[in-house]
Design a protein around this ligand. Structure first.
Ligand SMILES: C[S@@+](CC[C@H](N)C(=O)[O-])C[C@H]1O[C@@H](n2cnc3c(N)ncnc32)[C@H](O)[C@@H]1O
Length: 424
């Protein structure tokens, strides 16, 4: 049951909630900043934590600003547009430092952080709903199934919003009434890759008429490829491919599978791969890229020798095999959670780069910790699992050398890390 409390916010938690003391103990207030005195609607969450949202600001924090986006209060996309840039940046660095400190980890050197800024995200998923002839296309409101129809977004590239506007009027003809559809748009190498997730056409599965309509949309909207799947995580069926979207990583030019994982911004990808390459040995060698995706790091690493890429997603591996040509690249499909690279396999490499999903790479870190690889380079989008895996490596044969924070998830609580570990 919800109630109202007055709270003074003391600090910001790692997910961007303002944390303070209310009448019933510690409370996590969405939209609160340290120094704010607020009135908040509060409730006990399923996790037994008291959460809340600001209803009134009694006295504002010195870090507070007017959010730049007009949809900020109605859209669940961003969490921290209401904070001054300096405060926001220090908080992001503090989240990473805090995760390391908690596990008693110390880097020998912190490299200059990189903040990418808004207007750069090259992919977005829009929630769409059709009621009679009206289509709403935008992002979900916070903690809600309601969609805010958005015509601008300060986070994504202008090309993404342009395509959202172009696609919207076409969707009424292919969508089922009152049923939702997710529309993923990725803009890469000057081409649009679009994936519809959800029921299409009269039957739900695209029939001949719907397929023709989709091909027509692709032609009129100049979309390189449109794919479809009924549910998230299912294989994507290509409905129309006028051109294969491609990405270039160093010398490697990869024809991408539908909705391929790419770093969310091109600028972030460059900052990450420049950071990885600055840490790589400056000599020819034999290297491994674990959790390689479609080769974001394998490509640049090829400039320093031969590269073995490991990844569990089949289309990504097939794309790499197809792209490699005469380059000294091998691509292996492997589930590195269940079947991590063994110590004897890992020891063949002069350096290993690992860039796991948010869950981290616990099993792989355990296997590497007792090995002899001279240099490990870790990339991570989750400070907590990164710190856990770094602790495993440092309890073994490794020392944490360098850390760099790269923020390509502007105004969210997410942050990227590049770190290096040397053999003790
Ligand atoms: C954060 S992404 C990084 C991809 C790539 N390094 C890049 O920068 O584009 C993590 C990658 O790990 C892959 N992955 C997830 N679980 C995996 C597993 N159990 N074994 C191997 N790869 C996995 C995902 O498919 C994804 O490509």
């Amino acid at each position: 049951m919800a109630s109202t409390s007055e709270v003074t916010i003391e600090y910001l938690g790692p997910k961007g909630d303002g944390i303070g003391k209310g009448q019933r103990g510690r409370v996590y207030i969405e939209g609160g900043l340290p120094g704010d005195r607020v009135r908040a609607k509060t409730w006990r969450g399923e996790d037994d934590i008291i959460r809340g949202e600001v209803t009134d600001i009694i006295a504002p924090s010195q870090h507070r600003i007017q959010p730049p986006c007009k949809y900020y209060d109605q859209c669940g996309g961003c969490t921290l547009q209401h904070a001054k840039a300096d405060f926001y940046r220090n908080w992001k660095l503090g989240v990473v430092e805090g995760a390391l400190k908690k596990l008693n980890l110390h880097a020998r050197r912190w490299d200059e952080p990189v903040f990418i800024g808004g207007g750069t995200r090259r992919r977005a998923t829009f929630a769409v709903k059709r009621v009679r002839d009206k289509v709403v296309m935008g992002y979900y409101k916070r903690r809600s199934k309601e969609i805010t129809d958005i015509e601008s977004c300060l986070v994504v590239m202008p090309e993404i919003i342009k395509m959202r506007d172009t696609l919207k009027p076409f969707l009424v003809d292919i969508m089922q009434e009152k049923r939702g559809l997710d529309v993923f748009i990725q803009y890469v190498g000057g081409a649009y890759d679009v994936v519809f997730t959800g029921p299409l056409g009269v039957k739900g599965e695209p029939d001949m008429r719907t397929r023709e309509a989709v091909a027509d949309i692709a032609r009129k909207a100049r979309i390189a490829r449109i794919g479809w799947r009924m549910h998230e995580r299912e294989d994507i069926e290509i409905l129309i491919e006028n051109q294969k979207p491609t990405a270039t990583f160093g010398e490697l030019r990869v024809g991408l599978p539908p909705a391929a994982f790419l770093q969310p911004t091109l600028e972030g990808e460059k900052a990450l791969s420049d950071s990885v390459m600055a840490l790589m040995p400056n000599k020819k060698g034999h290297y491994a890229d674990l959790f390689s995706g479609c080769g974001t790091f394998s490509g640049p690493m090829l400039a320093r020798g031969s590269v073995d890429a490991y990844e569990s997603v089949d289309p990504a591996i097939k794309a790499l095999v197809k792209a490699k040509g005469a380059l000294p690249l091998k691509a292996f499909k492997r589930d590195l959670f269940r079947n991590p690279l063994r110590r004897d396999e890992a020891n063949r490499y002069d350096a290993i780069v690992f860039d796991p999903p948010r869950a981290g790479a616990r099993e792989q870190a355990q296997a590497l910790a007792t090995g002899n690889v001279p240099l490990l380079i870790g990339v991570s989008c989750n400070p907590a699992t990164f710190a856990r895996d770094a602790r495993i490596l440092c309890d073994g044969n490794y020392r944490l050398e360098t850390m760099r924070v790269i923020d390509q998830f502007t105004w969210s609580h997410h942050v990227e890390i590049v770190a290096s570990f040397s053999r003790k």
